[in-house]
Ligand binder design. Structure first.
Ligand SMILES: [Zn+2]
Length: 317
């Protein structure tokens, strides 16, 4: 059942159709606002709100867009079995994961190996063996990026599932007078695949900003002669660090928060933060083991961990 994107209350329908071009959004019985105004808007509005880290955009995509995350679609005449719906959801998740992984690995590879191997440009136009070496360095970083991403997703999924079962266990033992404190609808609509999907959605904002930074970078290089030594490296490194840590943290917190039970309480916010902190810590440990630097933008080679990573992953001069 779809939900109101403002207060998460389930609603029978998001709109009433009076023809192909005439939709009227239904109002939420709980908060009185239109349950999901995104059904009237273009997809770009959803993307912009997602980049602006608005919880309602996450709710719209995770709970009301059946075509994106393959939840049970009640509009279908032939209803699929829950196992089929679940399998489709995990397959879609794997595709989304792979797409994001390829982009993130490329960003890391570009910043780490571009400056380290001063003959990279010449290598790309060189013989086949040199090109294969360049590709090999990318696949090495791809593998390490995949391992660190899987670590985060697995740890967060594991703890979120434990948390959900704990809340459900408590809800089953509550008295009728205190049962209203736990929203039963939140517990019922929880699906395991929503956790990694929420994390992937939250990764879109930092990835989008890092791609913008990548496109922006040549402009800074064109004015290299006028700038102070090291000035741009520091500025762009700071932006990269802020995107990787602050923006990623905010997005992941919001994404996970709309999926976990008790999302509108302090307990829910605390649990989302705690689970993410555990996931990030273990991801950091795995990154250190693999020699991958946390920072991945311009200036990565100025750090000690960047130098070590470049020797591990990049094509030698
Ligand atoms: Zn509402």
């Amino acid at each position: 059942m779809p939900i109101c994107v403002h207060c998460s209350t389930p609603t029978q329908a998001l709109y009433v159709s009076y023809g192909p071009q005439h939709l009227i959004c239904t109002k939420c019985k709980a908060c009185g606002a239109f349950a999901d105004p995104y059904v009237e808007h273009e997809a770009i509005i959803v993307v912009i709100d997602l980049i602006l880290v608005k919880p309602r955009a996450y709710r719209h995509l995770l709970f009301n867009r059946k075509d994106v995350f393959a939840q049970d679609d009640t509009r279908k005449k032939v209803k699929e079995s829950p196992a089929t719906t679940e399998r489709k959801a995990w397959l879609l998740l794997a595709r989304h994961f792979l797409a994001l992984l390829l982009v993130d690995a490329y960003l890391r590879w570009f910043y780490l190996c571009r400056d380290h191997n001063t003959s990279l440009q010449e290598s790309m136009s060189g013989d086949l063996s040199t090109r294969l070496l360049v590709l090999w360095s990318y696949f090495n970083i791809l593998w390490s990026t995949c391992t660190t991403m899987l670590t985060l997703h697995t740890v967060v999924l594991l703890w979120a599932t434990v948390y959900h079962r704990a809340v459900r266990w408590i809800a089953q033992r509550q008295t009728d007078s205190s049962r209203s404190k736990i929203d039963q609808n939140e517990l019922q609509r929880f699906k395991m695949h929503l956790i990694p999907n929420a994390l992937l959605l939250s990764s879109l904002t930092p990835t989008f900003l890092l791609c913008l930074l990548l496109l922006w970078q040549p402009l800074s290089h064109s004015s290299e002669d006028q700038k102070q030594p090291g000035e741009w490296q520091w500025n762009e490194a700071s932006i990269d660090w802020a995107i990787r840590s602050l923006v990623s943290g905010l997005s992941a917190g919001v994404g996970l928060g709309v999926v976990l039970p008790l999302q509108r309480t302090k307990v829910g916010a605390l649990m989302a933060t705690t689970i993410l902190m555990i996931g990030w810590y273990l991801q950091f440990v795995v990154s250190q083991k693999l020699g991958m630097p946390f920072h991945s933008g311009v200036g990565v080679l100025q750090s000690d961990e960047g130098q070590i990573a470049a020797k591990l992953y990049c094509l030698a001069n």
